[in-house]
Design a protein around this ligand. Sequence first.
Ligand code: GRG
Length: 295
Amino acid sequence: MAELTEFIDTVRRLTDAKLEEIVPRSDVEPIRLHEAIRWSLFAGGKRIRPAILFAVGQTFNAAFDNISATAAAVEMIHTYSLIHDDLPAMDDDDMRRGKATCHKKFGEATAILAGDVLQTLAFKAIADDERLPADTRIKLISMIAAAAGTPSGMVAGQQLDLDAEGKTLSIAEIEQIHRGKTGAMISASALAGAIIGNASPNELFAIENYASNLGLLFQITDDLLDITQASETLGKTAGKDVTAEKATYPSHFGIEKTREMANQIHQQACDALSSISHNTELLHQLADLILNRTR
Ligand code: GRG
């Protein structure tokens, strides 16, 4: 695990350096918008999606310099989604990444615009990345845009999640929400690493399977942490799922059964790696980290 901690530190350093290049400190108007973007982007997120992207890229021998811009892009899309998710019209939250949410600090209009900038600049970062061949950039943009925007993607998952509040859902419906809201961008991060590393169609298929289990696992552990951890540890308001009557695995199955399911899904993620002939130790370690995470 010491190796994984070192790897994640490297990922954080490389991703943050690229984000600093894309959104540097600036005293050009509109300064308020600029500060709002940086407030959320550099608030101390775990950088899990970049970690998945770098780990898959490394598995297929991609150079780190070829990964950084896409890693920054997925983190920008993720941060935009968190800013918008926290708005009063959605989850209405005051705390994110251990700080005031973007709209609490800068107002709703600026928070919406900060999210808009992050989303559009994410695609520009990939389009402008001259280290990658043009066809790779187009593949990445198309795949990531689909993960965010199609009916099985992140935004649609958010809509289903909002629609589900206060309702009793079937397990298939809960899973559909999770696969969209959380899983789509986690899968996109993994697939981006495989695309940059020129993985074969069979390897892409295996990574897709690994990542779709990882995405589900991430959301299930998120649901468990929401119940079992304090707000200070999570850096966001704990216990909100129960208050908002959210459809979650623990609300459906209870905590113990949910833990068992998390173990099974972790195993499925690991099994999906067995057909890959490259060294997948790092990807196994990432799955372990997500299963056992405490924040
Ligand atoms: C508003 C378009 C739009 C989409 C919202 C990401 C999302 C979709 C909503 C956030 C609420 C939530 C709990 C989503 C599940 C995904 C998730 C666990 C997000 C938090 O990701 P972490 O834990 O956050 O990686 P950090 O802050 O560490 O980056």
